[in-house]
Design a protein around this ligand. Structure first.
Ligand SMILES: [Zn+2]
Length: 226
């Protein structure tokens, strides 16, 4: 039976022989190989271009190229538009990754942090808030965005629930459930969409209309332009 020599990630044994127990064909050259460690008996999947008579007793790697480390699968997270600042997108990705690993407590806390940092970045990026200082407390900041009619009342109310929900004191004895963390993810996407994506989309369409002569300028439009 074909084998590989690898460091086993399952038991930590270095340079151990692993036997092939099965394979998947990607194309004529590339395969995924289901390998079982001689030391611990557990499996790992390796990708590469092996010798193809898998039942022959030989090193599958002889003269061929096979990845040094096994295939590792990372959960896919929703991809946010680049109109949202990078720091906020990174925080969201960490929160969404925690959620998909079943870690609802860090996911909930990180979604709240995403909202916290996202609203602060909104203050420093949005022309309408040029001379305004964001409130330190997240809930006050959200309320101010509602009072200035930058956010609709319904999203302010939802975000306020999230802000309160993510408060450490509230959650000391009351951990996030998966359902709560999933709801927070949806809310975070909605909030970031309203803060960053919609205004940027409107600005792009408006600029295109002006460039094509369809719209004279943005000065006479409602709200004085973006
Ligand atoms: Zn092993």
């Amino acid at each position: 039976m074909g084998y590989l020599i690898r460091d086993c990630l399952r038991c930590g044994t270095s340079h151990v022989q692993m036997q092939i127990k099965g394979h998947a064909t990607i194309d004529k050259l590339n395969f995924e190989m289901f390998m079982v460690c001689n030391s611990c008996g557990r499996s790992s999947i390796y990708q590469g271009q092996p010798q193809q008579n898998f039942s022959d007793d030989r090193n599958l790697e002889d003269g061929r190229s096979i990845h040094n480390t096994p295939v590792q699968i990372y959960p896919k997270t929703p991809v946010l538009r680049e109109d949202i600042p990078e720091r906020t997108r990174n925080l969201f990705k960490q929160a969404a990754t925690c959620l998909r690993y079943g870690l609802s407590e860090p996911a909930g806390a990180m979604f709240r942090k995403t909202i916290d940092v996202g609203t602060k970045e909104f203050y420093s990026n949005d022309a309408r808030l040029k001379d305004k200082q964001p409130a330190n407390a997240l809930r006050s900041r959200l309320k101010a965005l509602g009072d200035m009619k930058i956010l609709d009342a319904d999203i302010v109310e939802l975000a306020d629930i999230a802000a309160l929900d993510g408060n450490d004191a509230t959650h000391d004895e009351d951990p996030y459930t998966t359902i709560e963390a999933e709801a927070l993810e949806e809310l975070t996407i909605d909030l970031l969409d309203r803060l960053f994506v919609r205004p940027a989309t409107i600005a792009r369409v408006r600029a295109k209309q002006i460039a094509s002569g369809l719209r004279k300028s943005d000065v006479d439009t409602e709200g004085g332009g973006v």
